[in-house]
Design a protein around this ligand. Structure first.
Ligand code: CO
Length: 258
C-alpha cells in the first residue's frame, strides 16, 4: 500500500484506516506499507530505525523473498506526478521477466480517475460535510494541487459539486484553484461561517499548518481576517468510511482480474 507518507502522528490514522480496509479484503495475504516521499521516509527511518521502504525497495524485497503476485494499492487522489512516478516504477518492474520478475504485478487507479469516481467522491463529500442546515455556512476544501495537468481534476470536482450543492468551494495549496480563487468565490456567496477541511487523504503537515495553523499565511488566518467565522476540521479523507469503500472497490476491480 503506497502513500506519500506523513511525519504527523495523527495523520497516520488515515493510512492505518485504509490499511485495515485492504486487510479486510484479503485477510490471508501480507500487506506492506511504502512511502513515496524521500524526505518523510528518511526522517521517520532515522527515528524509527528504518522501517518504511520506498515502493521500489518494497517491491525488490518482496521479489527477493519469493512473492510472485503483487497488487499495488495507491492512495493518491489525482493521477498526477506522484502517481505517474509510481506507474513508471510498476511498468518498469513488470517488464522484467524471469527470475527477477513477478508473475503478476498490478496497480490500482487513483481515487479520481473515472467519471464514476467523481460521482462517488461528490456523494461522499456531501455525506461528510454537506448537511448543516445553516444557509450562511460554506465548506472550503483544501486539495493538494499540482503543476501537473491532472490538477484539472479539482475543477471537475468543483463543477460536479456545484450541480448538487452550492456550498462547497475547492482550493489547492500548490495548484489551481488558488486561495484567492476561493476568497473570490466566498465573497459572491454571502456566507459568514466557513468549515475548512482537507481534500487530502492524510491530514498531515499541509492540513495542520497551511490550512488550520495560526501563522499569518494559513488559510484559517486569512479567512478569519476576511471576516469569516472559521471552523477547521482535521480529518483526512482516508479516515472517512466512503473513501475506504472506494478503495475496496478499486482493489476488488484489479484484484479479481486474476
Ligand atoms: Co505538499
Amino acid at each position: 500500500m503506497v502513500s506519500f507518507g506523513t511525519t504527523v502522528a495523527s495523520g497516520r490514522l488515515a493510512i492505518d484506516t485504509l490499511f485495515k480496509v485492504i486487510e479486510a479484503e484479503c485477510p490471508d495475504r501480507e500487506i506492506r506499507i511504502a512511502y513515496t516521499s524521500n524526505i518523510i521516509r528518511r526522517k521517520l527511518n532515522k527515528s524509527e530505525g528504518g522501517t518504511i521502504d520506498s515502493p521500489q525497495i518494497a517491491l525488490a524485497k518482496m521479489r527477493d523473498q519469493g512473492f510472485s503476485h503483487v497488487t499495488v494499492v495507491s492512495t493518491h487522489i489525482i493521477p498526477g506526478k506522484e502517481y505517474g512516478d509510481l506507474q513508471e516504477l510498476i511498468r518498469g518492474t513488470d517488464a522484467v521477466t524471469g527470475k527477477y520478475g513477478f508473475s503478476r504485478l498490478v496497480l490500482l487507479e487513483p481515487f479520481l480517475y473515472r467519471q464514476d469516481d467523481f460521482e462517488r467522491f461528490v456523494r461522499g463529500l456531501q455525506e461528510s460535510y454537506g448537511e448543516s442546515g445553516d444557509a450562511h455556512r460554506a465548506v472550503v476544501l483544501m486539495g493538494h494541487g499540482s503543476y501537473h495537468f491532472a490538477n484539472a481534476a479539482y475543477s471537475q470536482l468543483q463543477i460536479m459539486l456545484d450541480r448538487e450543492d452550492d456550498r462547497f468551494v475547492i482550493g489547492t495549496v500548490e495548484g489551481m484553484p488558488t486561495l484567492d480563487d476561493v476568497r473570490r468565490r466566498l465573497r459572491s456567496m454571502k456566507v459568514t461561517r466557513v468549515t475548512l477541511a482537507p481534500c487530502m487523504v492524510v491530514a498531515g503537515d499541509h492540513a495542520m499548518n497551511d490550512m488550520a495553523g495560526f501563522d499569518d499565511d494559513s488559510w484559517a488566518t486569512i479567512l478569519r481576517r476576511d471576516g469569516y467565522d472559521v471552523n477547521p476540521v482535521l480529518t483526512g479523507l482516508g479516515e472517512l468510511p466512503w473513501m475506504g469503500e472506494m478503495l475496496a472497490q478499486k482493489f476488488r476491480f484489479v484484484d479479481d482480474e486474476v
